[in-house]
Design a protein around this ligand. Structure first.
Ligand SMILES: [Zn+2]
Length: 400
């Protein structure tokens, strides 16, 4: 059965026919042998389309219609329609057919190259798309769009230095700051260098990441990571504490590292002091500390265990599932066992619940992602203000 887009294609075909007819009537009146309106060729093509014989229609169309200035826009429209329908091979053939025309004007050639590059991108042929976008970025009216697409391609290919170069050119040509995006490219380079133990290069990249505004806290996290790896615990701790102070939502990234660093130093007392002082100046952090501890299975540290216990008792939804009496009146061993049981269950629930959500497109994930995989924006994820245990618990009860 013909679909809506089949009719669109057919409509385009009719437009083409009408254009030919109008030209015949008014444009080139002195020429005697112009095609009559809706000639047999058009009707044949139309028939192919309406019967879903798109391949035959395409062949018929490519063979029949000479690309000239009057019909070229219809070719472009047909090409982009095919691409939108997901029929990229057909779009590619249409655009290649336009490019093959020897006397094509420079502007139309650029338009056809840009369309073809988008087809390749759509088809996942990144190398071919990249070549065309590079050419268009050198000098065409598609420079800005080409550089934007190149940034996207280099992000996918993790070619961060190329992404930085394209991003910096785009800032100049597009007249807008891409500081945050470029800072993340540098952080990617820094993390890769750190992963191969090249800490000197990693530090250089972080420095560049932090030179623009707005800054990303990811730069500080990477620096802290480098400090930790190079046994500079003092710097690592200072940075992790600063990260939490400035952006409390990054606690899930920083707290486990703080705990691990103090434990490596064998300084449980130091950890207890540091966390108590943090909670004193910012009591709202209690539930964040508790949640992070539950998700990351951090236990056996008095100040953190106190946070978890208070969190379980104060969260109204959770209180229904916790035997308060058992917790408050039982002997120490029973108390600890009961607490451990609830923590274990919550940890499992939390692991199955998306914690972060993109503020641009709503994409959610369990771990923090610096670039949203859906809308490709950088640093747009934030944690849910409070964990929707209610929803999760209800879901679990009804599905079991
Ligand atoms: Zn998003």
């Amino acid at each position: 059965m013909p679909t809506e887009s089949t009719f669109l294609l057919a409509g385009l075909f009719l437009l083409l026919a009408a254009a030919g007819w109008a030209l015949g009537r008014f444009g080139e009146r002195d020429i005697e042998d112009v095609a009559p309106p809706l000639n047999v060729d058009y009707l044949k093509g139309l028939n192919f389309l309406l019967n879903e014989h798109t391949d035959q229609a395409l062949e018929h169309f490519l063979a029949m219609v000479r690309v000239d200035d009057k019909t070229i826009e219809t070719h472009f429209a047909l090409g982009s329609l095919f691409r939108r329908r997901g029929e990229v091979d057909r779009a590619i053939r249409i655009h290649q057919n336009i490019i093959a025309r020897p006397d094509l004007a420079a502007e139309q050639r650029d338009q056809a190259l840009y369309s073809l590059a988008k087809d390749y991108l759509h088809a996942g042929l990144l190398d071919r798309a990249e070549k065309l976008f590079v050419r268009l970025a050198e000098g065409s009216r598609y420079q800005v769009q080409a550089l934007e697409s190149l940034c996207g391609i280099y992000e996918q290919e993790k070619e961060w230095q190329k992404a930085i170069d394209a991003g910096q050119r785009l800032e100049v040509l597009g007249g807008r700051s891409l500081a945050l995006q470029i800072a993340h490219y540098y952080c990617e380079l820094a993390e890769a260098a750190a992963a191969s133990n090249d800490y000197a290069a990693a530090r250089q990249h972080v420095k560049k990441a932090q030179s623009g505004r707005p800054r990303t806290m990811r730069g500080a996290l990477t620096r802290a990571h480098i400090a930790r790896e190079t046994d500079d615990n003092k710097t690592a701790l200072r940075l992790y504490h600063r990260i939490i102070e400035e952006h409390t939502y990054l606690i899930a990234e920083a707290l486990p590292e703080i705990v691990a660093t103090y434990e490596r130093e064998g300084s449980t007392a130091g950890l207890d002091r540091a966390l108590r002082s943090m909670l004193k100046s910012n009591p709202d952090m209690m539930s964040l500390v508790a949640y992070t501890a539950i998700v990351n299975n951090i236990g056996g540290i008095p100040v953190i265990d106190e946070c978890v216990e208070r969190y379980l008792l104060e969260e109204p939804t959770l209180a229904e599932f916790v035997d308060l009496q058992q917790l408050t009146e039982a002997d120490e061993e029973t108390h600890d066992q009961a607490l451990q049981k609830v923590r274990g269950a919550l940890s499992k629930l939390a692991a199955a619940t998306p914690r972060y959500q993109c503020q641009e497109c709503g994409f959610s994930s369990q771990r923090l992602l610096w670039q949203c995989p859906s809308c490709r924006n950088w640093e747009t994820q934030r944690p849910a203000s409070r964990v929707q245990f209610e929803t999760v618990l209800q879901h679990n009860i009804t599905s079991h």
